[in-house]
Every structure is written in C-alpha cells, then in structure tokens.
Design a protein. Structure first.
Length: 77
C-alpha cells in the first residue's frame, strides 16, 4: 500500500489534509484544507483520502492552467 501522507488521526476519526502549492499563495488566507473522512477505520479512511487526493489534484491542476497558463503549482514569471 502506498504511503498516505495526507491522512492523520484526529480523535476517534481520520482527517485528510492538504496544503495549496506555493504557486497559489494569496489564493486563500489559510492555505490548508482539512476534511474529516468520518471514519474511525483506517482502510475506509484511506479509500476516502485517495478519492480526495485525486479530486484535489485535478482542481489544483485545472485552476493552475486557468490562472497561470502552464500547469498547476507553477510560479508566475
């Protein structure tokens, strides 16, 4: 199983956390996202975290292409 660096236990449940890439500085005052998986079971939380990772990466890539014109997380010239 791949390492799930975006999954952490908080109390009785697991939460998924991600931080916006540096190229998005100023996009939000708080650059991190935290979403409860609503599961106390690691396997179920991991499954949900993978789905959240895919969605987050797709959104960041899409916004990055739209705003920066050349990909997600790229620095402005």
């Amino acid at each position: 199983m791949a390492s799930l660096t975006h999954l952490a236990r908080r109390g009785a449940t697991y939460v998924w956390r991600r931080i916006l890439p540096k190229g998005f500085a100023g996009f939000r005052k708080i650059p991190d996202y935290q979403i409860s998986t609503r599961s106390p079971h690691f396997r179920e939380a991991a499954r949900r975290a993978r789905r959240l990772d895919v969605a987050f990466d797709a959104i960041v890539e899409s916004v990055g292409r739209h705003c920066h014109g050349n990909g997600a997380g790229s620095q402005r010239p």
